[in-house]
Design a binder for this molecule. Sequence first.
Ligand SMILES: NC(=O)c1ccc[n+]([C@@H]2O[C@H](COP(=O)([O-])OP(=O)(O)OC[C@H]3O[C@@H](n4cnc5c(N)ncnc54)[C@H](O)[C@@H]3O)[C@@H](O)[C@H]2O)c1
Length: 391
Amino acid sequence: MEKVKTAVIGIGNMGTAHAQSLWDDRVPGLALAAVCDTDPARLAYAAKAWPGVACYASEDALLAAGGVQAAIVAVPHPLHSKIASLALAAGLHVLVEKPLDVRLSVAQALCAQAKASGKVFALMLNQRTNPLFAKARAIVQGGQLGQLKRSVWIITNWYRTQHYYDSGAWRATWAGEGGGVLLNQAPHNLDLWQWICGMPESVTGYCDVARYHHIEVEDDATIFAKYPNGATGVFITSTGEMPGTNRLEIAGTKGKLVLENGVLKWWRLKTPEDAIRFASSDNFVTPDCDYQELTPDAPESAHIGILRNFADAISHGAPLLSPGEDGLKELAISNAAYLSQWTGNAAMPLPPDTVLFDKLLAERVKTSAYKPKTDTERPDGRYSRRWQVNW
Ligand SMILES: NC(=O)c1ccc[n+]([C@@H]2O[C@H](COP(=O)([O-])OP(=O)(O)OC[C@H]3O[C@@H](n4cnc5c(N)ncnc54)[C@H](O)[C@@H]3O)[C@@H](O)[C@H]2O)c1
């Protein structure tokens, strides 16, 4: 079968790694046909690294030239929807980097357009390919944990230095990036959190701006969640803690799951707690559980796995592991957490008020110190270990 001619739009850290994967034939269904970047230095890199691949200085030039059937969008997040929308309108299948966009309102419009287009529309939620998260999801969504009582995720091993924030002018500014750790690093975990436990009905956010770094946005956040059945959740993330933690604990009426250090620990009560609670004639009961430790039964296929799934969806109609519209859920949580922070830490129902969110974000964008300048990072086309699940 003929390969899908694919363009990578934005060849910085992430886009260069995707382009290199296609060039190296690590994604058999996709051929690297074109790249696009507004930075001439990146185009000079591309001409050397991938001879014969068409290079464009704007998405308009790329789309006008034609000759591609799919696009991978890896530009700064505030541009995701705009460029993905142009690519869909040009008749291309589209895979967007996470998050879908900064604003839920814009991402909703993009998803509606994608649905109407009939094209394959996917999102790079590469951590979904980790088998332990898939197993945790199957257990919780399959009812084996019973009714959800509580979920707590401490995901503080997204440590970043000031040098990282200074490496790209757009980073950690309201105008250039649109948010901090909740929008850049934690979307993976916010997505997995809802993928496994379901969507909360409301969230309260504490988003601490510049707690550890000289930046405009939050580098530390805590979200309190309330689920429709009364269960509660806490999500803690930071780019300023060292050593960090990656620990997800989920309690249900039938037992408990803990994911930490690459192991999924599963306690299964022989009798559900809500059956013991009123039936027992004892004051205290020692839990009677089966206990299992699960380790991954396959490697995390990460970005390559999502790219291959995108290719299979285009060529063979395979179901997407991370459909574009799934990105609306984690974005609804982060938009609501910001809105909560900006309105005195009130509990925000989900989905949040997008009109108010857009208004309050626009106020921050107006006073943002963002000034475009040449980035200092020199991407080398490799997937960084920091982008995979780290324990
Ligand atoms: N899935 C993951 O694991 C992962 C990891 C890193 C980054 N990302 C995502 O990838 C996106 C890019 O991040 P990055 O770290 O590669 O940033 P980066 O700054 O290294 O790269 C962005 C590139 O886009 C180019 N660009 C800007 N405007 C453009 C336009 N209009 N048209 C074409 N090119 C344009 C820039 O010149 C730059 O080369 C972000 O949304 C980020 O969240 C995802």
